[in-house]
Every structure is written in C-alpha cells, then in structure tokens.
Design a protein around this ligand. Structure first.
Ligand SMILES: [Zn+2]
Length: 124
C-alpha cells in the first residue's frame, strides 16, 4: 500500500530541507578546514589542528552518508517505493517514518535483522 500523495510531498519537503541543511553544513566545515590550514601552518598548534581536521573529516563523511541516504529516499519517493519495507515489502508504520524518515525496514524486519546481527556479530 503506497502512501498518499500529500504525505509523500510532506516527506519530500522534509528530506529536501534536511539535505539542504547538510550540504550547507558540509560547505561550512570545508571552509573551516581550509581556514585552519592557513592559520595553523608552522604553528605548535599543528597537532591539535590535525585532530580537529580528522574530526571534521569524520563528521563530513557521516554527513555525506546521510546525504546519500536522503538521495536514496528521494529516489524511492520518485519510484513510489517510499514507506515500503525493502525486505518484506510491507508498509513501514507512519510512526516509525515520522521518528526516522530514512528507515527502509519495517519494525519487524529491523528487529529480526538486529537479532541476526546479535547472533552473527560483524555481519551487516
Ligand atoms: Zn519488513
């Protein structure tokens, strides 16, 4: 069962604005990293600047992952698959989508996968 069109529009707007915020944050982080490079060159703060950069890079890759997930969710909206569990094809509950708009699994499959992961640690 597909979600109603108006609901999809709401999710699409939510995803787009979240994506915009992430892209913006990424841009700021990149500028800050470049600025650091200039400020801390040849300075005894180099080590801490490096740590900051590593943290910024880690943060950026997490944000990039999120952007990719948002793109994927937007694609699912286009294809009319948004809100469907990608494992069993059942609709994902709206409460779950509201709490975590990027979820691609219904609560049952999620729980099942998590217990499998528990039994076979390290397997995604
Ligand atoms: Zn499922």
């Amino acid at each position: 069962m597909a979600l109603r069109k108006e609901k999809l529009e709401t999710y699409r707007e939510l995803l787009n604005s979240r994506r915009e915020a992430l892209v913006q944050g990424l841009r700021v982080a990149t500028q800050a990293a470049v600025a650091d490079e200039v400020t801390y060159a040849d300075s005894i703060d180099q080590a801490s600047a490096d740590t900051d950069r590593v943290l910024a890079m880690k943060m950026k890759s997490r944000e990039r992952d999120q952007i990719l997930q948002i793109d994927e969710a937007l694609r699912r909206i286009e294809q009319g698959r948004f809100g469907e569990c990608e494992r069993c094809g059942e609709p994902i509950s709206e409460a779950r989508l509201k709490a975590f708009v990027l979820s691609t699994l219904c609560i049952d499959c999620k729980a099942e996968l998590e217990s499998e992961e528990h039994r076979f640690p390290g397997r995604a």
